[in-house]
Design a protein around this ligand. Structure first.
Ligand SMILES: NC(=O)c1ccc[n+]([C@@H]2O[C@H](COP(=O)([O-])OP(=O)(O)OC[C@H]3O[C@@H](n4cnc5c(N)ncnc54)[C@H](O)[C@@H]3O)[C@@H](O)[C@H]2O)c1
Length: 371
């Protein structure tokens, strides 16, 4: 039931909840050197940094021509086809923003200077074993490093955090994530041979987001399967249950091959709490990478005629969330905040969850008995 002592209207309480919702922003903005000039850098990193006023001073890609073309298009002063040159050019206070296929991280990170500040695109390697190597590299080189779990900083997730912080959700006992869409996997040539695909490269955002809300689950049940239309790719459809005990239901269900028009495509996260429920739509998944607008809605529990109302969302995952991951790292590096939510040590735990999901998918299901 709504708190009867609370005489404020729900609108006023929602408005109050949103005061102060903003992406983290450092006091001293530092220059950025981007490693990788691929699709995500073009669609999200560079537009985010331009919007935030974070200067990108250099862009490197193993394909030097690609780096040069994108640098010229986006007015980035320097481009490189060699990592050694990019590192030599980078000033001491540069942030290295590494956005390459996960398999490349173990080759790139050892070449960055000791004590560097590094933002690493997800996933943190392709297996838990690689994640361990990356974690140990980050430790031994004394990096200040985060993994780019951008969904945590998506403005609609920040909106739901604000609702929760104001008590409008109450204790969360149910989270469901559903994505039924058409994802153009061919855009990522490196995925053609990736042994792990959907959970590792896409749903990892959902699993990391759930961890950010509920912590680590006790265990998982999962099945990730291939789509017959893309039989050459690893599994692209997933159903997973996260075990948080007997009074919480948490699941992720994804199908990236629903190529039947937009009518029944959807992509959302829904939270149910003792006081209310929230739902966000993840527009970027509905027309990747252009995307549709992100939304957030809220419904209060216990009112006479409960209904969903839109709540304000200050932007979209692409590019705004990328202002958040970079801003949070810079704030932590300068010491203006004491925590870094997507710190590599925390990201390693998300990788442990991903590993458990793949293991679970290999476990035989319970056979039927007709005795
Ligand atoms: N956080 C998010 O929402 C999000 C979204 C999409 C992609 N990503 C991640 O970003 C990474 C890159 O994805 P993308 O969409 O840009 O892929 P992409 O294939 O479009 O681009 C990858 C780029 O990396 C370059 N590259 C590969 N190996 C390199 C190396 N050793 N040194 C320098 N450059 C190298 C390639 O030449 C290419 O230009 C992936 O790991 C992916 O998981 C994250």
């Amino acid at each position: 039931m709504p708190n009867p002592s609370n005489t404020e209207s729900l609108e006023a309480r929602i408005a109050a909840a949103f005061q102060g919702v903003r992406q983290p922003r450092p006091k001293q903005i530092r220059p950025i050197v981007v490693i990788g000039a691929g699709g995500i850098v073009r669609a999200a990193h560079l537009p985010a940094y331009e919007k935030a006023g974070f200067p990108v001073i250099g862009l490197m890609d193993q394909d030097g021509n690609k780096a040069a073309a994108l640098a010229s298009e986006r007015h980035i002063p320097r481009s490189f086809g060699s990592l050694v040159e990019a590192v030599r050019f980078a000033p001491r206070d540069a942030i290295f923003d590494v956005a390459v296929p996960a398999s490349q991280l173990v080759h790139i990170l050892p070449q960055l200077p000791d004590s560097a500040t590094v933002l690493i695109q997800k996933p943190m390697g392709e297996t838990l074993q690689e994640a361990r190597v990356i974690r140990d590299l980050c430790r031994s080189k004394s990096f200040i490093a985060a993994v780019n779990f951008s969904l945590r900083y998506s403005p609609n997730n920040l909106a739901v955090i604000a609702l929760a912080s104001s008590g409008l959700l109450g204790e969360i006992h149910d989270i469901e994530v559903q994505t039924r869409t058409y994802t153009p996997w061919h855009l990522w040539t490196f995925l053609a041979t990736a042994p792990r695909l959907e959970i590792l490269y896409h749903s990892i955002h959902y699993f990391d987001l759930i961890r950010s809300w509920l912590g680590n689950p006790q265990g998982v049940y999962a099945r990730t399967v291939k789509n017959p239309h893309t039989a050459n790719l690893a599994a692209t459809k997933t159903i997973a249950i996260l075990d948080y005990g007997n009074s919480k239901r948490v699941f992720v269900a994804t199908n990236h091959n629903h190529n039947f028009g937009p009518e029944h495509q959807h992509s959302f996260v829904q939270w149910e709490g003792l006081n209310g429920s929230a739902r966000i739509t993840m527009g970027v998944n509905l027309d990747y990478p252009i995307g549709k607008p992100d939304t957030a809605e809220y419904a209060e529990r216990g009112s006479d005629s409960p209904h969903w109302r839109s709540v304000p969302v200050g932007g979209n995952n692409f590019p705004d969330a990328f202002m958040g991951t970079m801003g949070a790292l810079q704030c932590f590096a300068e010491g203006s905040v004491s925590t870094l939510p997507s710190h590599f040590e925390d990201a390693f735990q998300t990788m442990a969850l991903i590993e458990a999901l793949y293991y679970s998918s290999e476990v035989p299901s319970e056979p039927l008995s007709f005795d």
